[in-house]
Design a protein around this ligand. Structure first.
Ligand code: C5P
Length: 224
């Protein structure tokens, strides 16, 4: 069973306040992209990798792969206007005979191999998609403008991370329609009636959004 990874790295990362895309912000003295790429490369679960790169950063992305001697990277494609479009464009580079696709955000650099293993396991038990998630500790409310509409039952809520694993066919079907509103791939599979389950995520999979997140991830990296 061949497992391909799509690394979504095409975001602009404006909230980071840098002059370059987020995937090229510095983390531990190298581009952020290098961290998750190296972990995917080093994982025995992953066979090949496609990078969705920020427009005009396809070549620098390949250079990052070369610098870390990542032999599993098959290509770096130009990303789209949204995360889901970037995934769709990268998926077009994944061969038809790939059985499983793992989609990961480059913005979550600290990718534990145990999580890759955890999200892949349920795919052999009849699930089409698997997401890593953490139970929420805050109370979550639905709002409209400044008005609170309702309070959701916390026991029914989890906060979802990446890497998300899919049977390749299910993911291809999911991204073939309108993907503009989706903030993750699993929501597209769910919307098409696909069977999606969740496994325990990891707090280290924090998504880097602003400079404080980057500093926090950097401190965790130093402790590793
Ligand atoms: O914007 P956000 O941080 O939620 O993006 C999550 C991930 O999706 C990031 O790794 C980012 O690089 C990626 N992304 C993408 N293409 C876009 C927007 C975001 O690959 N157009």
């Amino acid at each position: 069973m061949s497992v391909w990874a799509v690394l979504a790295a095409a975001g602009r990362g404006e909230r980071l306040g840098s002059d370059r895309p987020k995937a090229f912000a510095r983390l531990g003295g190298r581009p952020l992209l290098a961290e998750s790429l190296e972990r995917l490369e080093g994982s025995d679960w992953i066979d090949q990798i496609v990078i969705a790169a920020p427009p005009d950063w396809e070549e620098p992305s390949i250079l990052v792969a070369e610098e870390i001697a990542a032999t599993k990277v098959s290509s770096a494609v130009r990303g789209g206007d949204s995360r889901s479009e970037s995934v769709r464009l990268a998926l077009a580079e994944v061969p038809e005979d790939a059985a499983v696709v793992l989609v990961h955000d480059a913005a979550r650099p600290l990718l534990p191999d145990e999580v890759i293993e955890r999200v892949l396991a349920p795919l052999s038990e009849g699930w089409e998609g698997v997401v890593p998630a953490l139970r929420v500790s805050d109370t979550v409310k639905r709002v409209e403008g400044d008005r609170v509409l309702e309070t959701l039952r916390r026991d029914d809520l989890v906060a979802v991370q990446t890497p998300q694993a899919f049977l390749a066919d299910a993911l291809r079907r999911a991204v073939s329609g309108d993907v503009s509103e989706a903030t993750d791939c699993a929501s597209l599979v769910e919307a098409g009636g696909g069977r999606v389950t969740w496994v325990e995520g990891d707090p280290r999979l924090l998504k880097v959004t602003d400079a404080a997140d980057l500093a926090l991830v950097e401190s965790w990296l130093e402790e590793e």
